[in-house]
Design a protein around this ligand. Structure first.
Ligand code: ASP
Length: 420
């Protein structure tokens, strides 16, 4: 369908936008002394911050209707509901498995590379109230007010309502004279909105990256080089090794093709630091380029963006080790087990927005008896790490989508293998 094609040369233009953003913002940052204060502040506020925020808002603004219409139209076209149960079970199972693997890898490599603590002064930190409490998370799946869930961007609730609505629509299609077709058409309209917004992506990422660089410059390591390097290593290891392995073992799919097609999604996640804001791009890539049929993609992607955060779990595992070592606590084997389980649970409750992982980290630290104010220490370097771990998070969602689709016979392998 010609009108639903992605903008031409999107990846190249987004990369160009990013590079220019880094260069121009670095000039401002490093030559700040030569630039008038009000010029500097105006450029930072009205070009980089405003442009970046507008672009992120544009993406976020379509997430709720896009998820709703694609899930409803996906489910209403299913031939039977048993399939939905099977898709859901496999999805949740795989998400838990990959997150468990992710945090275990983090702890393993932290031990292998002998991650040591920070020796300087620890800045104090006021922990923000986390929302990962299991009781609250379960309640969020079952909201008491349909519109409330939509207004509050409660993704778990929206997914549940969409499933319920989709099932009812599916079961009453004869009685509603094919109302489900209307939802399919609305879905197409929202996909088109995604494509329209993507035309602005190069400028959007230019601003987003620029605003990070203008605030902090290019020193991403701070005083914590060892922590940052090990964390980056584990994130890339999980991204390229674990996902390749599970794609090959569970679905016999070629990981190289998978990663080539995920470039755009990873770039969007990197520049927005938000799995939620990336949902429109992930959905589009998973269904159009990776060949996952709509009924699987429309469930697995939004659920994944909400509950599956392997990159976040890796950060939480390593940060806990790092903080323990900083305050001189030796973690026991039982505590390591506890960290793995807690990271799996908190990743479900972590919001898919920038820095959310550092908020729920407080829950893990509290549970193993470590001081919460030590989080202040890692915040200084968290900006870039958040960008990388969000890319890992969304690639995990896409990999699981392909595996679930393959096992349900819902993957068009010709589309997956086609390199354009
Ligand atoms: N920014 C991450 C995401 O949206 C969450 C986090 O780890 O802070 O996926």
């Amino acid at each position: 369908m010609k009108t639903l094609d992605a903008p031409k040369n999107l990846t190249r233009n987004v990369l160009l936008g990013m590079t220019l953003g880094v260069i121009i913002a670095s000039i401002f940052f490093y030559f700040q002394a030569q630039i008038q204060d009000d010029v500097f502040l105006a450029v930072e506020k009205y070009i980089f911050n405003l442009g970046g925020q507008v672009f992120k808002n544009l993406l976020l603004l379509i997430v709720v209707p896009l998820v709703f219409f694609s899930l409803v139209s996906g489910i209403s076209s299913l031939s039977n509901m048993v399939k939905l149960g099977s898709i859901a079970t496999k999805t949740i199972g795989l998400y838990l498995l990959t997150t468990g693997l992710a945090v275990s890898l983090a702890l393993f490599f932290g031990w292998v590379f002998n991650l040591s603590g920070y020796e300087g002064e620890v800045e104090s930190y006021e922990p923000v109230q986390g929302s990962a409490d299991l009781y609250q998370t379960v309640l969020r799946i079952f909201p008491s007010n349909i519109f409330g869930a939509f207004v509050e961007n409660n993704m778990l609730g929206i997914v549940f309502i969409s499933i319920l609505f989709g099932i009812a629509l599916n079961l009453t299609d004869d009685l509603t004279s094919g109302l489900s077709k209307a939802f399919e058409k609305m879905n197409i309209v929202f996909l088109k909105i995604v494509l329209l917004i993507m035309n602005f992506a190069p400028f959007g990422v230019f601003c987003l990256i620029g605003s990070y660089v203008m605030a902090k410059g290019l020193n991403v390591f701070g005083d914590l080089a060892q922590y940052v390097l090990i964390l980056m290593f584990v994130l890339f290891f999980h991204l390229f090794f674990t996902y390749s392995l599970i794609l090959k073992i569970f679905a016999n799919l070629n990981p190289i093709i998978f990663f080539r097609k995920m470039r755009n999604v990873a770039l969007f996640a990197f520049s927005t630091s938000s799995s939620a804001a990336t949902i429109p791009v992930t959905l589009k890539t998973v269904s159009d380029d990776l060949g996952v049929k709509k009924d699987v993609a429309s469930f697995v992607v939004p659920v994944g963006a909400t509950i599956n955060m392997d990159g976040t779990a890796i950060m939480q595992g390593l940060a806990t080790m790092f903080i323990a070592s900083t305050v001189g606590v030796d973690l026991s084997l039982v505590q390591y087990g506890q960290i793995v389980l807690l990271a799996m649970v908190t990743s479900i409750g972590t919001a898919a927005v920038p820095s959310a992982g550092t908020v729920t980290l407080a829950l893990i630290l509290g549970s193993v008896g470590l001081p919460l104010d030590a989080i202040g220490l890692i915040l200084a370097v968290d900006r870039i790490l958040d960008m990388i771990r969000t890319s890992v998070n969304v690639c995990g969602d896409a990999a699981v989508s392909c595996i679930v689709a393959k096992s349900e016979n819902e993957l068009e392998e010709k589309t997956f293998n086609k390199l354009g």
